[in-house]
Design a protein around this ligand. Structure first.
Ligand code: NAD
Length: 696
């Protein structure tokens, strides 16, 4: 195999070119090739300086993902960079595309860096629960200063070439041909003494620990659960008092230790899970999708208004239909208010708002929907109304239009069946607030055509969403699992816990909000409505449901919007309410339950086990295609901490036999709702994990 790295002498400058499509990842052949080409350049008597450049679309942006989790084959990147750092001729790294992670670390091992105007530079390791492990934490602060380096390392976000030039991270921005510019630059520095980042101290005021202390204090609040950010600060701190080579060694040890942490494993899992979610089993990636150049939305309420905004934001003209003039005016005013508030907060330019509003048209006539490529229905959650609306849509929508419902709980197949084109119908389940929440469940009905499903997934991407394919059942994947553990949370109240106990435990676990805080935010009435619906449809012999939520709703305590729900509110601050405690105690008494102290551990085990057992059922029934899809849904739609990798990944880490033992214990104590999922039981018995179902 020819090496992916070549060496060519061009005049007095030796050019080392990495050519490892698609993204010039720093896999083993590239690393070995770099060392060989460097040796060749250093030995080449005619070369007075060297340029390191990449072919194709980008400078290397980090490791080869295929090497993840495998033992590294030498030379490791750290050694390669040391070789460049020790070069006896000036080396100029020429960057284009994205110089990220190991790529930027390699560039910082060179004497000079130049970049194309569109290049972006960054150290994104933190996003995988890691720190840069090949000198990044030691070289970056030496080039741009401790505080800016902490900013880049802790955010993981790249900066554009112009900002990199201003910060001193690169020496020149090269307009025009990058290689020619880099060669010219190299020729200009041949006579200079060799600058090395390792020798620089100009940005390091002795004992200036203030930015480090400030960052630590900030992290204690914003990222208290996370290990990698703390390690990153520790690593950067070494620039003040640890000799360079020793610091590199320790940085690498810290990096290797982080690779083994559950948090980094979780982050890597989420990285792959996000990508995998885009694939729909049985529908090849090359399946043609229908072009969406125009859209329509039915209903301009909470969701319809938000979905309309999603289309307008993506540059797609959208017609929104309401039942009457008053509702339409209210809906459009809501949309306008949403944009105005962005402008007021300086998040959007007035011209941009006007452009987006210009894409939105209101109507009362179904005839105006005839031209839309996709129509999303978001009217009341009522089967009769949905059926009526879809029958009408069937008569006006153009052939080939994708017809979607945003229903949360209703049967997509039943809705599709009222049309003469059920193959064109699917669910597009947005989450509230639709313009902000990244999750989109793309619901595949029995009759949904593969092409329509593929179109729904692709539309999700166009709208900037993480689209996850799911099947039809009450609540689909996200809400179905949520309703299961919400029920468990409410039953815990009957047994002895209080809302603030359950919520505290969930927040400590890493959720941004507890269960009851979430119910209060979404609306107690919304949950009450769902429960009423459930009561109508559940079998006669089903287990009794708790009444606490019902009683709170009946008092019109709908949550934050009415100033009281499971909590009372001062502004947005939730405060425990003695009236609710009294109500809960009264319910326990009515049921003859002796209230007991429930430990935090039991609360967590009950919620997690309920989540995982229901997740396993959802998999068993093929409503979710992969355990990792449930994780993606929970991270992007329900605030499940990404650093825990999602509920199913978390279950694997805890160990399925342990989760199953919890489920079985609760089954004995609390009855049939805890019947263990057969999938969970089988995996636990076979010593397997959910991950084993994914073949990775
Ligand atoms: P909403 O009550 O805020 O809005 C519904 C809108 O539909 C109202 O403005 C109403 O005037 C309009 N409407 C009713 N009948 C109509 C008709 N025949 N033609 C045209 N417009 C009509 O309700 P929402 O919260 O926006 O929910 C809408 C749908 O989205 C429901 O199916 C709901 O289950 C689903 N959903 C809601 C949420 C949420 O958090 N609110 C999240 C995901 C999905």
């Amino acid at each position: 195999m020819p090496s992916p790295v070549s060496y060519t002498l061009k005049g007095k400058v030796g050019v080392i070119t990495v050519d490892n499509p698609p993204v010039n990842a720093l896999g083993h052949p590239v690393r070995a090739g770099l060392v060989a080409a460097l040796d060749q350049g250093l030995a080449d008597k005619q070369a007075e300086a060297l340029v390191l450049i990449a072919a194709g679309r980008t400078f290397p942006s980090g490791a080869d993902v295929r090497e993840f989790g495998k033992p590294p084959i030498p030379p490791i990147l750290f050694e390669v960079i040391n070789r460049f750092d020790a070069a006896t001729k000036p080396v100029v790294a020429a960057l284009h595309g994205t110089a990220l992670g190991g790529g930027l670390e390699l560039a910082m091992g060179c004497n000079y860096r130049v970049a194309a105007p569109g290049a972006r530079l960054g150290l994104p390791e933190i996003k995988l629960g890691l720190i840069p492990g090949a000198g990044g934490t030691q070289r970056l602060p030496r080039v741009i200063g401790i505080e800016p380096a902490l900013g880049m390392i802790l955010s993981g976000d790249p900066i554009p070439a112009a900002a990199a030039k201003q910060a001193g991270l690169i020496d020149a921005v090269i307009d025009g041909d990058l290689e020619a510019g880099a060669i010219a630059f190299a020729e200009g520095v041949v006579a200079q003494p060799l600058p090395r980042i390792r020798d620089r101290t100009d940005h390091l005021a002795k004992d200036d620990r203030a930015p480090l202390t400030a960052k630590r204090a900030e992290l204690a609040k914003s990222a208290k659960h996370l290990v990698a950010p703390q390690r990153a600060v520790d690593a950067v701190e070494m620039v003040l008092d640890v000799p360079f080579d020793e610091a590199l060694k320790r940085e690498r040890e810290m990096f290797l230790a982080l690779v083994e942490t559950p948090q980094s494993k979780a982050a890597r899992h989420v990285f792959f899970a996000d990508r995998e979610a885009a694939r729909v089993p049985g529908i090849p990636a090359e399946t043609p999708t229908r072009t969406v150049k125009s859209a329509a939305v039915l209903g301009a309420g909470t969701m319809g208004g938000g979905i309309t905004i999603c289309f307008a934001n993506a540059g797609i003209p959208v017609t929104v239909l309401e039942a009457d003039a008053k509702a339409l005016e209210r809906g459009l005013a809501g949309i306008r208010k949403n944009y105005d508030s962005l402008v007021e907060r300086g998040r959007m330019k007035p011209e941009e708002r006007d452009a987006r509003l210009g894409r939105i048209k209101g109507t009362l006539s179904f005839d105006d929907l005839a031209g839309a490529d996709v129509i999303v229905e978001a009217v009341f959650e009522d089967m009769a109304i949905k059926k009526e609306v879809f029958s009408k849509l069937d008569t006006v929508a153009k052939p080939g239009a994708v017809l979607a419902t945003n229903t949360s709980t209703l049967d997509v197949d039943e809705i599709a069946a009222v049309t003469k084109r059920p193959g064109d119908v699917l669910g597009l389940h947005f989450f509230s607030p639709a313009p902000i929440m990244r999750l989109l469940e793309v619901v595949r009905g029995k009759a949904t055509a593969p092409e329509v499903m593929a179109s729904g997934m692709s539309l999700g991407k166009t709208l900037g969403k993480t689209a996850v394919p799911v099947g039809v059942c009450f609540g689909f994947v996200g809400n179905r699992i949520m309703l299961r553990y919400a029920l468990e949370a409410e039953l815990l109240l009957e047994e002895g816990a209080l809302p603030q106990d359950v919520d505290r435990v969930l927040r400590e676990f890493g959720l941004p909000m507890g269960m009851f805080g979430m119910v209060d935010l979404a609306g107690v009435d919304v949950f009450y409505f769902i429960r009423q619906h459930e009561m109508k449809h559940r079998p006669k012999d089903a287990e009794r449901l708790p009444r606490i939520l019902d009683r709170i709703a009946q008092q019109k305590r709908y949550g934050q919007k009415t100033g009281a729900g499971f909590y009372r509110y001062e502004g947005r601050t939730a405060l425990p309410d003695p009236a609710i405690e009294a109500l809960i105690v009264e319910e326990s008494k009515r049921l003859g339950i002796n209230r007991r102290t429930i430990s935090d551990d039991e609360i967590l085990r009950r919620i997690v086990a309920a989540m995982v057992n229901e997740g396993a059922r959802v998999l068993e029934e093929n409503i979710a295609y992969r355990p990792s899809d449930i994780d993606v849904i929970y991270i992007h739609g329900f605030g499940f901490p990404a650093w825990r990798g999602g509920p199913m990944f978390h279950a694997d880490l805890v160990g399925l036999p342990k989760i199953l033992a919890d489920v079985e214990e609760f089954h004995r104590r609390h009855g049939e709702r805890w019947k263990p999922s057969s999938l969970l039981a089988r995996l636990a018995a076979e010593g397997k994990s959910f991950a084993s179902l994914q073949g990775r």
